[in-house]
Write a protein that binds this ligand. Sequence first.
Ligand code: AMP
Length: 175
Amino acid sequence: GTQADFIVNNYNLYQLSTGELLRSEIKNKTNLGKEISSIINTGSLVSDAIVKKLVEIFISDKKFKNRLIFDGYPRNLAQAKTLEEMLKKYDQKIDLVLKLTVSLETIKKRIMDRKSQEKRADDNEDTAIKRFKTYEITTEPLIEYYKKMNLLKEIDGERTIDQINKEISDIIDLI
Ligand code: AMP
């Protein structure tokens, strides 16, 4: 999220954070929000169908054509395949996939720092550990998937925000 924010501000791009979209449903107390709040608070994934609906609103909008940064999406292989189908349908493609690698210890520390600022209901140690497990089991296979497609760049996420900014800019500038 931090780095997506930076990329958006430096390039003419739009950030699509599925987590943010889902949290705003909860905040606005919509029917969807009521359905998903307990799922998010236990660190599991919301259904692929719900996420697809939210994402397609942006992919189908000409204003965002080929200018989206997906933050926290796709989270599993089914979502990656759905994303490809949607991009094809609206004549778009993925240019780059970034993996920021961070240890569980660092994640816990950063989440505790964020907790005091953003007050996210899922920013507690138990849910953070569950989210990390969900990542390892469900999301990690995407790394091989995008590696095979020659789209993946791995970045050491343990470094400072500025150092990571710089590396990401250099990678984007080469596209
Ligand atoms: P994030 O803001 O990306 O950390 O996401 C917070 C929570 O929202 C996750 O732990 C999931 O419960 C849910 N979520 C966000 N993005 C997705 C997605 N692409 N698919 C399923 N659930 C998601």
